[in-house]
Write a protein that binds this ligand. Structure first.
Ligand code: 6PG
Length: 231
């Protein structure tokens, strides 16, 4: 873990993340005409979205994907897409064609196949996301890549259906193959309960989040003081 910034509060983490996302989005749009970002799930993004919807991002030139989705309908409180739609995508009025949701309401296998086809077509020809925003679970999981899961060693697919030890158990997750092709990854970690996982990553324990290693890109960590243990 190299580029790590500790912010005092979750809100400061979100505000710092927004400054970076706005800067990175503008660079991507200037260089390539659009910005492609994958969001993640959980509670931390909710703090981010409150600020991101006010940030100077050109949403008409931004395409939004997800690094994982729970296999639930979009109106479910567990839906990563649903949470982003309510807190960010509706307020910024992003064009519907720029939103590449994973359809949690269909079977996990079909949802993963559909997501795979869509993201490969949408990212063609470069085959890279500009930015993947990721969280960190207490057990070191990220996206829906959980410890010792077969998806961690997938060598072909970008999106897989997985059954995991979390609720809800069925999900679709990006594989390390897709994550590690990203130009940038931004990990946002808040809360004391993530301290052990961060410590394990620093000690280079083999945790799923540690499998995120960019072939040609930069990983940025923004953590709050509670997670860093400096509170
Ligand atoms: C998911 C997420 C997951 C999340 C971590 C951290 O769909 O559950 O993608 O990887 O980022 O579990 O979640 P919190 O932000 O709630 O701590």
């Amino acid at each position: 873990m190299r580029d790590v910034t500790v912010e005092r509060t979750p809100d400061a983490v979100a505000q710092h993340a927004c400054r970076l996302i706005a800067e990175w989005s503008e660079s991507a749009i200037v260089e390539r005409g659009r910005f492609t970002i994958a969001l993640c799930g959980g509670q931390t993004p909710q703090i981010l979205y409150r600020h991101l919807r006010e940030a100077p991002v050109r949403w008409s030139l931004t395409h939004v994907f997800w690094s994982d989705e729970r296999c639930v309908p979009p109106h479910s409180p567990d839906s990563n897409y649903g949470a982003a739609q309510r807190a960010l995508l509706d307020p910024v009025q992003i064009p519907a064609t720029n939103v590449h949701r994973i359809r949690g309401e269909i079977s996990p296998i079909d949802a993963a196949d559909e997501a795979e086809t869509d993201i490969r077509r949408a990212l063609s020809p470069a085959g890279r996301l500009d930015l993947c925003v990721l969280g960190l679970g207490r057990d070191g999981h990220t996206a829906s890549l959980f410890p010792r899961h077969q998806a961690l060693v997938e060598l072909r697919r970008w999106m897989l259906p997985v059954h995991v030890s979390a609720v809800p158990p069925w999900r679709v997750t990006a594989t390390p193959l897709l994550l590690n092709a990203s130009r940038r990854v931004l990990f946002l970690v808040v809360g004391e309960q993530k301290r052990a996982a961060l410590h394990g990553l620093r000690r280079q324990e083999d945790l799923p989040a540690g499998r995120v290693k960019l072939a040609d890109g930069a990983i940025t960590w923004i953590v709050d003081s509670a997670a860093a243990g400096t509170a």
